[in-house]
Design a protein around this ligand. Structure first.
Ligand SMILES: [Zn+2]
Length: 289
């Protein structure tokens, strides 16, 4: 799966590393009874594990590094809590990113920067699977507070992913940031957007009057565009996440920016239009490719 937009001469591609299978309880406030079409026959909501490739002048930036070459078995306690009698084999499965990169004509050695929006397991897996750097020429950039604060109750896959970051640190290629805004490449910048996690950043791509935002997990479900009551189970601070989401969505609505989100169905880029109320509209219809 690969969708591509051109942002004033900067190519931005959405690449998929795999799939996550989440029971309804992961989306507090979302009435799945009113949206039965969202659930697969196994009773879970299936979402992609997106990464974004930015090909700018002289720099090739990968935003988020997927789940990695692993599959996390569906935990029995979560199946029981969700009342799933026949849960899917895995709660999350990765492994597709290398093929997606190859299809985009990019080798791991071409990546100059790996930027991590936050350090949940589905965003860090390819940094260094089994301790071996996957992108041999890249610096790896993430939030200082996220890296320096180990998780109290690590989710499945999280510690393995953090071992990859430790390998990057040992190799001298890990850079931690704490500023509100950090330039990653000409026209590409990271902006602190806490709530989902304390050190979450979004990425802005801006060139020749065009703008795209890569929101990471600030928006986790399409219905959050209009429903402020929907949150996500693993958000560190749901109220702060709601404020950040509301501010960003309002700003994006006013700027006509293209928007990429890690877990958006189909990983298609979107814009917010307001002709018939607030709606997501594919950004590709009006973009050069
Ligand atoms: Zn995520």
């Amino acid at each position: 799966m690969s969708t591509v937009i051109d942002v004033g001469g900067i190519k931005v591609s959405a690449l998929n590393d795999g799939e996550v299978h989440l029971p309804p309880m992961y989306y507090p406030g979302l009435d799945f009874g009113a949206h039965p079409e969202l659930l697969a026959v196994d009773g879970t909501y299936h979402i992609p594990v997106g990464c974004f490739l930015i090909e700018a002048a002289g720099r090739t930036v990968l935003v988020d590094a997927g789940l990695g070459p692993s599959s996390i078995p569906f935990p029995g306690d979560i199946a029981a809590a969700a009342g799933l009698t026949d849960p899917p084999e895995s709660i999350a499965a990765g492994g597709l990113l290398p093929g997606a990169l190859a299809a985009a004509g990019v080798a791991p050695a071409d990546i100059t920067t790996v930027f991590l929006t936050h350090l949940h397991a589905d965003h860090i897996g390819w940094v260094a699977p089994h301790g071996v750097l996957f992108f041999p020429n890249a610096v790896v950039i993430c939030s200082a507070v996220e890296w320096q604060t180990p998780p109290v109750a690590p989710a499945p896959g999280e510690l393995e992913g953090r071992r990859g970051l430790a390998a990057a640190e040992a190799a001298g290629v890990l850079r931690v940031i704490d500023a509100a805004t950090v330039e990653l490449a000409p026209g590409v910048s990271a902006h602190h957007s806490p709530g989902h996690t304390p050190g979450h950043y979004v990425v802005r791509v801006s060139s020749r009057g065009q703008t795209a935002y890569l929101l990471g997990d600030v928006v986790h479900h399409p219905l959050q565009l209009n429903d402020k009551g929907i949150s996500f189970l693993s958000e560190t601070d749901p109220e702060h996440a709601l404020r950040t989401r509301a501010e960003l969505l309002t700003a994006l609505q006013e700027r006509n920016a293209a928007v990429g989100m890690t877990h958006f169905p189909g990983l298609d880029f979107q814009r917010i239009t307001t002709a018939n109320g607030r709606e997501w509209t594919s950004a590709r219809a009006s973009s050069r490719e």
